[in-house]
Design a protein around this ligand. Structure first.
Ligand code: G3I
Length: 305
């Protein structure tokens, strides 16, 4: 197969990208997206501030644009993200515990209902753990007012709304074995033991010289998979260029392919031109939509030609 999506499909995986609605009108952006990828994640359009800027008033225009585009091209959609401390409108932080719990469950219910049957995996909770060696939860309105139980509650609510969507916990700096990933592992293990509905763990995989591809990446993915759920590479990008960047991408793809329950990969953007790392070149296509060595490496690792 000659495209990322087709090559990944031949290996039983999807190959996706983050997409921004306001670039879909740019011809080479859309043609590269449509030719190469078989899954999309809205980069910002499904976040709380984008869909519920004021309480109980929902706006799905930009996210709908991405979902319709994806559906018209036969691509799957990852939902990103329901409960996150960032890109959270100010009114949420102003609520007391009782109202906050109601607002969280209402947000999950309204957004998942709107997209019911159209999303293959939802990032139900995103980035709830601190960096560093504490293994502690990150401070947020949800954590501070509802306590540790907010994550479990979010997953239970999500399952009742769309029982067919895979429900994921998603985080960064959890790609190798460390205090943060150990804390997530302990939470997921507890959820599986107690029957809290969780189907997948997303590993964002934002790599750079300070945070390189970990040598135990595959082993870390495998230990989560061994808990009895899927793992997904959800926001992959790797700083650098040329052969070194290509080799890093190869190692990431090989790690996913080596783990049976690694069901797919998503890169965090189509082109370096629009990467969130404004000064970097972390993606598979350059700013002029040319394939980079990293692209050839990924395609080859997936068995494509
Ligand atoms: O929408 C406004 C626009 O109205 C305004 O004119 C413009 C001026 O700066 O800002 C626009 O909002 C920006 C938004 O992206 C949409 O473009 C925000 O400033 C900017 O902060 C925001 O950045 C996003 C970032 O999440 C915010 O946390 C990035 O695009 C997005 O790639 C990034 O994605 C996150 C994942 O969701 C979670 N994991 C980490 C990843 C990278 O940071």
């Amino acid at each position: 197969a000659g495209t990322l999506g087709d090559a990944a499909a031949a290996k039983g995986r999807y190959f996706g990208t983050a997409v921004a609605a306001n670039h879909l009108g740019e011809a080479p952006y859309a043609s590269t997206l449509d030719a190469q990828f078989d899954s999309v994640t809205p980069e910002n359009e499904m976040k709380w501030d984008a869909v519920e800027g004021s309480r109980d008033s929902f706006t799905f225009t930009a996210a709908d644009q991405i979902v319709s585009h994806a559906q018209s091209k036969g691509m799957k959609v990852r939902g990103h993200t329901l409960v996150w401390h960032s890109q959270l409108p100010g009114w949420v932080g102003g609520l007391g515990a009782t109202d906050l719990r109601a607002a969280m469950n209402n947000h999950i219910t309204q957004v998942m209902t709107h997209y019911k049957g159209k999303i293959h995996s939802w990032d139900v909770v995103n980035e709830a753990f601190q960096d560093g060696n504490s293994g502690a939860r990150r401070s947020s309105p949800f954590q501070d007012k509802l306590g540790d139980g907010f994550i479990e509650e979010a997953f239970r609510t999500a399952r009742t709304v769309d029982p067919t969507a895979k429900l994921c916990y998603n985080d960064y700096n959890t790609d190798g074995q460390n205090a943060k990933s150990n804390a997530v592992y302990a939470m997921v293990k507890d959820f599986k033991q107690r029957g809290v509905p969780i189907d997948c763990v997303g590993f964002q995989s934002h790599f750079n010289s300070n945070s390189p591809v970990p040598s135990d990446y595959r082993a870390n993915l495998q230990r989560f998979a061994d808990l009895g759920l899927d793992v997904q590479i959800t926001e992959l990008d790797i700083e650098g260029s040329g052969a070194a960047q290509a080799a890093n991408y190869t190692s990431v793809v090989n790690a996913c392919l080596a783990v049976t329950r690694c069901t797919g990969l998503t890169v965090w953007g189509v082109t370096d031109k629009y990467s969130w790392r404004s000064s970097g070149t972390p993606l598979l296509f350059d700013g002029d939509y040319n394939k980079k060595p990293a692209y050839d490496a990924v395609l080859a690792a997936l068995g494509g030609t």
